[in-house]
Design a protein around this ligand. Structure first.
Ligand code: KIV
Ligand code: ZN
Length: 390
């Protein structure tokens, strides 16, 4: 089976930057955009140009400097928004306007006080306005996750006929289950006659912790673009995490899907975004968390030390992480203790380790983690002249 590419649409600089406290200035946005391009993302959503003069400037500067990736600007289905986005993107080598409108009953009634037919007309009109400026137009059906599938299919067919080249199916509220989201994409593939004229995109939020699973369900059912952010940053509980979806596709080659992301850059990129946005990464975050390659319980450590594949499915080097760590806590075992002593240059027999292990546990029970200094103290107390390998 020929492999099929999944386009990576990074929205760290737009949806990610909407997180309170994560706001970036133009210099910071340009620096991150250059790194995102080096990481290999296909599309950089650089901002929402009408939202503020600062964001307009950021999109304009990014458009000037990015050589290979598509640069995208967000807009509502409003003429002035679209004109402003086009203006901000005018220097881009590959400009894309991302426009759209809410399509669920919640949005149609509560937000717009409109009818489904009126919303459909506004959607079509917005795409036509955008096509006056650029050939690459993405349409988002906001809250598609809670939109009736028949109506969604009509909207998607109409915006593709109007010139949309990508159709974004956001699970804006992170409500869908993976099978529901996957079925929604399959429904569009099977019920929109002109669907082959556009790329289907997944834009999933993480309110129930399902954003990555939903995006993967989307591409397994025919979508070929994933909208995601570094470290999963984004509105409320965040967006799909770029590093997670990329590594899911890399690990599960049988899906026949690949991305062009240079995975060794994932951890450095995560750190850069965390520092620039002043938002630390949770320690247990998949792929980029501080504990993603740490082993601390005796059972795991013993297996890992015999063969790393027993407890690690990813080689840390493959994602640019520092390396696997054997952390010593009161839950650690003898093999881990022997391993750490050995790494510090001590050569103890099995009998030595049996005795040292009891002393180690006494220290470990008083602390969160036993560090190198503690190990030196234990070794010194055990033997006045421990053998140290040179
Ligand atoms: O979550 C969402 O629906 C969005 C759209 C603006 C694409 O961010
Ligand atoms: Zn979003």
């Amino acid at each position: 089976m020929a492999e099929s590419k999944v386009f990576i649409f990074d929205t760290t600089l737009r949806d990610g930057e909407q997180v309170p406290g994560c706001k970036l200035n133009t210099t910071e946005k340009v620096e991150l955009a250059l790194e995102l391009e080096a990481l290999g993302v296909d599309i950089i959503e650089a901002g929402f140009p009408i939202s503020s003069p600062g964001d307009f400037e950021s999109v304009a500067q990014i458009s000037k400097i990015i050589k290979n990736a598509t640069v995208c600007g967000l807009s509502r289905a409003v003429q002035k928004d679209i004109e402003t986005a086009a203006d901000a993107l005018k220097s881009a080598k590959r400009p894309r306007i991302h426009t759209g409108i809410g399509t669920s009953d919640f949005h149609i009634k509560a937000k717009f006080n409109a009818t489904p037919e009126e919303i459909l007309q506004r959607a079509v009109q917005a795409v036509k306005w955008a096509r006056n400026f650029v050939d690459d137009v993405e349409f988002y059906a906001e809250d598609a996750g809670r939109t009736d599938n028949d109506y969604l299919a009509r909207v998607v067919e109409a915006v593709i006929a109007a010139g949309a080249t990508t159709v974004n199916i956001p699970d804006t509220t992170g409500y869908c289950l993976p099978n529901q989201y996957g079925d929604k994409i399959a429904w569009l593939v099977n019920n929109v006659p002109n669907i082959d004229k556009a790329v289907i995109s997944c834009h999933c939020h993480n309110d129930l912790g399902l954003a990555t699973a939903n995006s993967i369900a989307g591409v397994m059912n025919g979508a070929r673009q994933i909208e995601c952010t570094i470290n999963g940053l984004g509105e409320r509980a965040g967006n799909t995490s770029l590093e997670e979806v990329v590594m899911v596709l890399k690990q599960h080659k049988h899906l026949g899907l690949y991305t062009d992301i240079k995975t060794q850059k994932l951890n450095p990129m995560s750190r850069l975004v965390a520092d620039t946005m002043r938002t630390p990464v949770q320690v247990n975050k998949a792929i980029v968390g501080a504990n993603a390659f740490s082993h601390s319980s005796g059972i795991h450590q013993d297996g890992f030390l015999k063969d790393s594949l027993t407890y690690e499915i990813i080689n840390p080097e493959e994602v640019g992480a520092e390396g696997s760590k054997i952390v010593l806590t009161a839950r650690s075992g003898r093999s881990a203790l022997a391993h750490r002593f050995h790494k510090l240059g001590y050569q103890f027999t099995r009998n030595d380790i049996d005795i040292l292990y009891q002393r180690f546990l006494q220290v470990a029970d008083t602390k969160k983690e036993v560090n190198e200094e503690d190990l030196h103290q234990l070794a010194k107390a055990y033997s006045p002249q421990p053998v140290i390998a040179l």
